[in-house]
Design a protein around this ligand. Structure first.
Ligand code: OXT
Ligand code: ADP
Ligand code: MG
Length: 577
């Protein structure tokens, strides 16, 4: 048992008091959680102040949802839960979307919200910001806890950390009633209640027979494929995954946020032959990717006519057979599973038939060659290809920069046009395709990595979190935001079908100047009308590290409804667009 002094760094004086505020801070620090993303207010204003005084980094946002998205992506990047701190009811609800997003994406995060007095809330007597937050949070996260006594704070924080990072990572809610924060207790006794979480995400070793089965299935393949998902990127087993892919000789397809785990320019990368490899492969090994909508549930047209066998590596046993039969489930943590597979492959592994790898290469080369000339245009107004062609070169020259990306066309074109070279450098809308993650993600990425961030944003997408440019300026973060301004959601050309004076539902103010928003807070604003101008402005921003927003003027006719997922829109049989 560690002594109080070992746990907190200093022995409290005899007779000294501590309280709920300080026990929360001590519990987080003891577990190496040193950053909080939040919005102050009753009852947690002092918690933020005291945390800052205690040496934590406390980043105040303009809206809890953005603070929550920051915490979620910090969890993804660091494997430690990102912490978001909010006030009660409305602040809590604002943070809840991000908590649900973290859970959906398997990112470890803890939402800590202050709450009103239990006695009044439970009798529904109309307290200030009254809400039964624990009950509301429960169905939307992995675990939810409430602490009522100061001496239980250590255990509460420990449970939250362990629940967030162990097994399949996810979001955890921790409810701290106002009264708890003010509860005082003897400081030495309080220090003894703190818990250092030992081995918060224990390794989960796969069963040896599951590895043998997976190797048998892989050996039987004539046209194998490896799909890497963001779980593989999260696992930080980069060298082992690269070794497995290279030893197998199999083509690999990165999901959006797994791009860069191996470079998109790697000879085995099949990103530019996506349709072909999904349709024609006979054995598919999924590593940290789910067969959800992004992979057409593992069936149907996308997957071709021939029979498929799946090998699935995931830490969550329930994920197996979620959509189709899995011939070889491998349940365990990715680092352990991949290293067991590597061991099992031995010194000699038969490369896949050249007929297959050559077919994949030919398709890839064809698609790359088709795209290349479009990326070199210097059209005014810009189209997506011209503008993204410029940004593609910038990421090629600055491979350690982080790319944040959201929008519809802005997202879909950027995903295929901008090659990634390093793991965990592409951060986007994730499993829900959610708009609004942009600025929170950019801020956390800059804070936790210290690297320059390039946020490529549709004008609609940016609007969801745009006020956080003030936060970027306030903390002087090296974030360059490029707003792809085509004057609307998907396109800027819709007209009101009624002929009335209101704008159409998908269009925005014409000729808007988003760059002025950044200037309002002391950052650099640039209006770029050509790929050359865009390229110069981004390079200047990345060199200077100054908060910058570039209004990139995109042709309002460019792009398509919903980008590449227009097929998901239901169609009316009676109305015509
Ligand atoms: O193999 P084939 O031939 O098929 O070709 C493929 C690849 O092989 C090839 N490729 C390449 N070719 C050459 N070279 C290279 N390097 C290369 N790489 C690939 O290219 C094709 C395509 O490849 P890709 O992209 O890999 O494959 P594909 O088929 O697209 O993959 C399928 C998917 C499903 C995996 C993929 O499309 C995907 O990941 N999609 C994610 C889509 C997504 O999440 N979209 C966001 C949501 S859309 C909508 O919901 C929006 N809303 C509503 C809303 C949301 N979302 N959230 C909230 C809180 N409220 C409302 C809103 C409001 S979007 C939106 C705003 C939109 O407006 P903006 O102004 O922001 O944006 P603009 O549209 O720009 O105006
Ligand atoms: P993508 O959207 O990139 O396809 P998903 O979010 O669908 O990725 O899938 C990620 C998967 O990775 C989840 O099923 C999750 O359980 C799994 N996962 C996350 N971390 C690990 C890990 N360390 N070991 C094994 N599986 C993991
Ligand atoms: Mg747009």
């Amino acid at each position: 048992m560690a002594t109080a002094a070992e746990k907190t760094g200093a022995a409290p004086e005899a007779g000294a008091l501590t309280d709920g505020f300080h026990l929360v801070i001590d519990a987080l620090k003891l577990n190496d959680i040193t950053t909080i993303y939040g919005v102050p207010g009753i009852p947690i204003t002092d918690l933020g102040r005291f945390a800052q005084a205690a040496g934590m980094r406390v980043l105040s946002f303009r809206h809890e949802q953005n603070a929550g998205y920051a915490a979620a992506i910090a969890g993804y990047l660091t494997q430690k839960p990102g912490v978001c701190l909010t006030v009660s009811a409305p602040g809590f609800l604002n943070g809840l979307t991000a908590l649900a997003h973290a859970t959906t994406n398997c990112f470890p995060m803890i939402l800590i919200s202050g709450s009103s007095e239990r006695e009044i809330v439970d009798l529904q007597q109309g307290d200030y910001e009254e809400m039964d937050q624990l009950a509301v949070a429960k169905p939307l996260c992995k675990a939810a806890f409430r602490v009522l006594h100061a001496q239980d704070i250590g255990i509460g924080v420990a449970r939250a950390i362990r629940a967030a990072v162990s097994g399949r990572p996810g979001g955890v809610y921790l409810d701290l009633p106002a009264k708890l924060l003010g509860q005082a207790m003897d400081a030495a006794a309080g220090a003894k209640t703190l818990v250092k979480v030992i081995d918060p995400a224990p390794r989960q070793i796969p069963a040896p027979d599951s590895i043998a089965r997976a190797l048998d299935v892989l050996k039987s393949a004539k046209r194998p494929l490896i799909i890497l998902g963001k779980g593989a990127a999260y696992a930080q087993a980069d060298d082992a995954i690269k070794a497995l892919v290279e030893k197998s000789g199999m083509p690999f397809l990165p999901m959006s946020m797994a791009k860069g785990l191996l470079p998109d320019t790697h000879p085995q990368c099949a990103g530019a032959a996506r349709s072909l490899v999904l349709q024609d492969s006979d054995v598919v090994m999924l590593i940290g990717a789910r067969l959800n909508w992004l992979l057409s549930h593992g069936k149907g047209k996308t997957w071709g006519k021939g029979p498929k066998k799946f090998v699935h590596i995931d830490i969550e046993p329930k994920e197996m057979d979620s959509n189709v039969e899995i011939a070889a489930p491998v349940v365990g943590d990715i680092a352990s599973c991949v290293s067991a597979l590597l061991d099992g492959m031995g010194g000699r592994w038969q490369a896949p038939p050249a007929e297959w790898t050559e077919a994949v290469k030919a398709k890839r080369d064809e698609n790359v060659a088709k795209m290349a000339p479009r990326l070199r245009n210097n059209n005014i107004p810009m189209d997506y290809q011209g503008a993204l062609g410029a940004l593609r070169t910038i990421i090629q020259q600055r491979p350690d920069a982080i790319l944040v990306n959201e929008g519809a066309n802005t997202l879909d074109f950027a995903r295929s046009i901008i090659d990634m070279y390093q793991p965990r450098k592409r951060l986007d809308v994730g499993t829900w395709g959610v708009m609004g993650v942009g600025m929170g993600t950019a801020i956390a990425a800059a804070v936790v990595t210290g690297k320059p961030v390039l946020a490529v944003e549709g004008d609609s997408a940016f609007g969801f979190s745009g006020m956080e440019v003030e936060t970027i300026c306030r903390y002087n973060l090296p974030v360059c935001v490029v707003v792809f301004n085509n004057g609307g959601i998907y396109r800027g050309t819709d007209v009101n079908p009624s002929g009335g004076a209101d704008a159409a539902t998908t269009v925005f103010v014409k000729g808007a100047r988003y760059d002025k928003m950044m200037e309002a807070f002391g950052g650099v604003g640039v209006n770029a009308t050509s790929p050359d101008e865009l390229s110069r402005a981004v390079n200047t921003a990345m060199d200077s590290g100054k908060p910058t927003l570039i209004n990139a003027v995109i042709d309002e006719k460019a792009g398509t409804e919903s980008g590449r997922i227009g097929n998901l829109n239901p169609q009316s049989v009676v109305a015509k667009k």
